[in-house]
Design a protein around this ligand. Structure first.
Ligand SMILES: Cc1cc2nc3c(=O)[nH]c(=O)nc-3n(C[C@H](O)[C@H](O)[C@H](O)COP(=O)(O)O)c2cc1C
Length: 266
């Protein structure tokens, strides 16, 4: 887990902004928390803070302003993000921007995309920007995080695998990747464990709601990675930043199909 960075998100309408926040948090390997949670935390230890919400009546959620109010004057970098109904961002970020400048915070970047909106005039046509933010928007959010905060981003070595094997039930596929003269071992395709980083602490085993992770030879693996619901709990709770998830929209649909008839966790 990357403790240098934290994302604070208020997403009260359709979870539109939460989707963006989670995509960024996954890339940065950091926690994504609500403003209420942030208000009881000491945020001084975090070098970089992300603040995001939907746009409600022309600005960010009021609780984010409470969080900014609570920040002390230590040197911290902040990035701002939002989802909105209006096709144009305009000056929606300005109030939060101003509040941060007043607190002497350095704003390192801003990100905004459209989110599904059924308020005001959109109601006439049954809602605007259906399906937004979509997969492309999430990729844009990840690229934003990568470009703005390369120092915090978790390298995804699985992307370097040249020829990937089909995923099946049981023993996960293994890949050896060469990086700067050394090599590292990756296990799994949907849920990939970097065995060079994993210390077998078992945090991922404890948090996985479906119990699909196990420790074998002091390293974590999943022999049921096709059952993964992509909830991200293992990723955000891995202090070693050893887990990455890989999926596209087809995989997400397959997850729903796979668990379609399920009525309880156990
Ligand atoms: C009460 C309310 C007020 C809103 N005001 C605006 C607005 O002023 N400008 C805008 O572009 N979108 C506005 N929207 C649309 C939201 O910004 C948009 O749907 C956003 O994606 C919601 O994010 P969330 O699902 O994370 O809460 C408003 C939505 C609600 C519910």
């Amino acid at each position: 887990m990357n403790h240098k960075c934290i994302i604070i998100c208020e997403s009260i309408y359709n979870d539109n902004t939460l989707k963006i926040a989670k995509a960024m948090a996954q890339k940065l390997g950091c926690y994504c928390i609500t403003a209420d949670e942030a208000l009881i935390l000491n945020l001084d230890d975090h070098q970089t803070i992300g603040l995001g919400s939907g746009i409600y009546f022309g600005k960010h959620h009021p609780k984010l302003f409470e969080v900014v109010e609570k920040l002390n004057s230590s040197e911290q970098e902040v990035f701002i993000f939002s989802t909105r109904g209006n096709p144009f961002l305009g000056k929606y970020h300005q109030p939060l921007n101003d509040a941060l400048v007043e607190k002497n915070k350095k704003i390192i970047g801003e990100f905004s995309v459209r989110g599904y909106d059924e308020t005001g005039p959109w109601v006439i046509i049954g809602g605007g920007h259906k399906g937004k933010p979509d997969e492309k928007d999430l990729k844009k959010a990840v690229r934003f995080a990568q470009k703005t905060m390369p120092q915090h981003c978790m390298p995804d070595y699985y992307l370097q695998v040249q020829s990937k094997l089909p995923i099946s039930e049981g023993e996960p596929n293994s890949y050896v990747i060469g990086t700067n003269g050394s090599s590292l071992l990756l296990k799994g395709d949907r849920v990939t464990f970097n065995h060079s980083n994993c210390n077998g602490c078992g945090n991922c085993v404890k948090v996985c709601p479906l119990g699909i992770i196990q420790i074998e030879g002091k390293k974590a693996i999943s022999k049921r990675e096709l059952d993964c619901t992509l909830c991200q709990l293992c990723v955000v709770n891995c202090k070693q930043r050893a887990i990455t998830l890989h999926y596209n929209w087809r995989d997400a649909i397959k997850v729903a199909q796979r668990h379609g008839k399920r009525t309880s966790l156990y």
